[in-house]
Design a protein. Structure first.
Length: 402
């Protein structure tokens, strides 16, 4: 008996109907973003390894798939410096590639650039439910706008895109990195240990106050640990919105009442965030379905000129699970014909395509019902038999399958 052949761990195959559904879902998201004036771009799957390991990607940098050098470069590295065998890596998010893209192409782009970017990213995760080694992200970013209106635009467009795919009850947790930094400093954590403290506080949803307190004790001692517990226990689920975020809450609240919630413990793991940060949650999902924030220092690292930037990403795999019953709106038609009428079948297929159908040609089998049952599982809902070749599309009797 042949052994079962599977894709690599943490990666998946998609059958035709699944792929059609995913394409339809992605098109709705991208279409909604485009309606808000964002423009779609594309970047390579790989970037220079030094860019992917620059210190801005947080823990994701440890999860980057590295790509070996090739040919003589690999032979030389093996002989002289085995620690530098890789010169490229698969992208682990779409933000790092975007900042490189902007630095490369900024002279051809508008002063304020509003980008859409979708595509697969790769992380060497431990595969488990909801976590894959290859998955799709949907990002929008605004580069060149330092005003708070950029954040307002991003959240409005993202909430509208979620509504376009039927997700109407998403909520957005919002915080500001400067507020978070001040809160952690008040606990007695030194400036050099801020990032370590953030990593611990970021685990609050998973381990609770006691778990965070214990880890803070291990890292920073009893005094910081006790101050952390007191701070976390003092926080209200309805904490008042700080001055730095009032404009954002007011503007987005007018369009999406109750969609935003201030969360003073929200961290977002990426090291590149410098201002407002946000995370999208949904009651039916056990994890966030999107997130982002302002990263003003990152573009300038490649461009050499300070450039404001802010972005947000929708986790496509997680929203796809929430709307798993989404069906493609395409009209799929099976056109059955006799082999001697293949020229007429091709002509009729062209007519049907112009009329909006997706048409699969099938030579007439001995058991038509068996063929139709098989194709129905692939999403085909209608069929027609080409009995009168010269009649074309008008002569077809289109019937539902089953």
């Amino acid at each position: 008996m042949a052994s079962q052949i599977n894709p690599p761990r943490g990666m998946r195959d998609f059958l035709p109907q699944e792929k059609a559904s995913r394409n339809d879902l992605l098109a709705k998201i991208v279409g909604s973003y485009a309606s808000h004036g964002f423009q779609e771009i594309e970047t390579p799957a790989m970037e220079a390894i030094e860019r992917l390991s620059s210190g801005d990607g947080g823990d994701n940098e440890k999860l980057a798939f590295r790509v070996l050098k090739r040919g003589e470069d690999l032979d030389q590295a093996l002989d002289t410096n085995p620690e530098e065998l890789a010169d490229l890596g698969l992208r682990y998010d779409l933000t790092v590639p975007l900042t490189r893209f902007y630095a490369t192409n900024h002279a051809k782009l508008p002063k304020v650039f509003k980008a859409i970017q979708t595509g697969p990213v790769w992380r060497a995760e431990r595969p488990q439910k909801g976590r894959y080694r290859q998955f799709v992200q949907c990002d929008i970013d605004i580069i060149g706008d330092e005003s708070g209106f950029a954040e307002i635009e991003l959240l409005n467009a993202s909430l509208n895109s979620l509504k376009a795919i039927g997700i109407t009850d998403a909520k957005v947790r919002v915080n500001h990195r400067k507020l978070l930094t001040a809160s952690i400093k008040a606990l007695g954590v030194s400036d050099s240990d801020q990032s370590k403290a953030m990593i611990t506080i970021d685990k609050l949803d998973k381990v609770g106050v006691s778990g965070v307190q214990e880890e803070m004790k291990e890292r920073f001692g009893d005094q910081v640990s006790e101050a952390t517990a007191a701070w976390l226990n003092s926080l209200s689920t309805k904490a008042s919105v700080p001055k730095e975020l009032e404009e954002l809450f007011e503007a987005v609240g007018l369009l999406h009442p109750g969609a935003l919630r201030f969360d003073p413990t929200l961290v977002r793991g990426m090291g590149y965030y410098t201002g407002t940060i946000f995370e999208i949650e949904h009651p039916a999902s056990g994890a966030s379905i999107g997130g982002g924030g302002r990263y003003d220092g990152m573009v300038g690292k490649w461009l050499g000129v300070a450039t404001p930037a802010v972005g947000i990403s929708i986790g496509f795999e997680r929203v796809a699970e929430l709307v798993a019953d989404t069906k493609t709106s395409a009209k799929l038609l099976v056109l059955v014909f006799d082999l001697e009428n293949q020229t007429a079948a091709l002509a009729t297929q062209a007519e049907a395509i112009k009329a909006g159908y997706l048409v699969r040609l099938e030579p007439k089998p001995k058991k038509l019902n068996l063929l139709l049952e098989t194709l129905k599982t692939q999403g085909f809902e209608h069929f027609a038999v080409l009995d009168e070749p010269k009649a074309g599309l008008k002569g077809l009797n289109i019937k539902p399958i089953g």
